[in-house]
Design a protein. Structure first.
Length: 345
């Protein structure tokens, strides 16, 4: 047991350190390269380096490779190296898709999703089509366990349907749904930290060693990145972050046998998906800044995002919207853990 936790702790520490170094490098390099975005919720929109997800992915992959290096030269690996490398490849492929989306920066504002922005990005139909690339490595190694515990039904054997249908659909949905909720400093990494902490807790008590390692690495990288994206942010996460973190979360759910636990903690993003669907995804999550610094919902009382819901509860500043939504995610993590501890999940 000591050996197991030590070989997980060291890669997590290295991931934390590498993420900090990579984020600082990306902030400088991407700004000079013109890979930028607008921070819209401030009094005056500010141009910031974008695609911070590249740094987070670099830290996460470094942690995975640290474990595989140790397993090859220092100690006998307890975890399946093949599965870890397939997971790393899948995450990197989806991060690459997000990075392509971040690269399409215009000199002037153009019509984007529900607003005017400098970043045009990929077309809506291209995103799910390209993110299926991230599922291919997991499908190729027949990742996860086809036996899934479904509440009230018990263990259900999905057989060949699991790797060939359930995995790609899960990767496409989770990575794209996670991308829908954002636009506020600290929101995406903050909610992801709570979700990864929930998956880490699940992995410690009920999951697999692979789920434990991946959730530890993800939590470490997010904690390292958060200070750079908190209010007032120094870097914009970009689609490389949202797609990559979505891919990492769904990989942990699959590799850690935490499908239904993951389904519950992902409910906020499921809600966000259907809210966006009501307007055919032509939605902005951002608010309309008022003189006192609070934000007004862009569509009045009509709710097309959880951010709109928060801004309709009371006048909120940007960091308050983030805090409320992070707390909202914490409720579902607590619910999932309570159901699991009670034996109902």
């Amino acid at each position: 047991m000591y050996h197991t936790y030590l070989t997980i702790l060291l890669p997590a520490i290295i991931s934390f350190i590498i993420t900090i170094i990579a984020t600082k490098f990306v902030m400088s390099y991407f700004y000079e390269a013109g890979i930028v975005g607008e921070d819209h919720n401030k009094e005056k929109p500010k141009i910031l380096p974008s695609s911070g997800g590249v740094a987070v992915a670099f830290g996460l992959i470094t942690g995975i490779l640290t474990y595989t290096f140790g397993g090859s030269f220092i100690y006998k690996p307890i975890l399946d190296i093949e599965k870890l490398l397939a997971t790393a490849l899948g995450i990197m492929l989806i991060v690459f898709v997000g990075f392509i989306d971040d690269l399409n920066v215009k000199q002037r504002r153009v019509k984007a999703t529900g607003m005017l922005d400098r970043k045009k990005g990929l077309k809506q139909w291209q995103k799910p089509l390209l993110t299926v690339l991230g599922a291919l490595p997991l499908m190729a190694i027949n990742a996860g366990v086809a036996y899934v515990h479904i509440p009230l039904l018990g263990l259900v054997d999905f057989g060949i349907i699991y790797p060939l249908l359930i995995i790609p659909l899960a990767v496409i949905f989770v990575s794209n749904a996670f991308n829908l909720l954002g636009g506020f400093d600290g929101l995406q990494p903050g909610m992801a930290i709570v979700a990864s902490l929930g998956l880490l807790t699940y992995s410690i008590f009920y999951g697999t060693g692979t789920g434990l390692l991946l959730s530890s690495l993800l939590l470490a990288t997010l904690l390292a990145y958060l200070p750079f994206n908190m209010y007032k942010a120094k870097i914009i996460s970009g689609d490389s972050f949202t797609y990559g973190i979505g891919a990492a979360l769904v990989s942990i759910m699959i590799m850690g046998n935490a499908e239904f636990f993951g389904l519950i903690i992902f409910i906020p993003w499921i809600i966000e998906f259907f809210l966006h669907l009501a307007r055919k995804f032509d939605v902005t999550d951002l608010g309309i800044r008022q003189k006192d610094g609070t934000l007004k919902a862009p569509y009045g009382k009509k709710i097309y995002s959880l951010t709109h819901l928060m801004m309709n509860i009371k006048p909120m500043k940007e960091y308050e919207v983030t805090a409320y939504l992070v707390a909202f995610e914490a409720v579902f993590v607590a619910l999932a853990l309570a159901l699991k501890f009670a034996g109902l999940l």
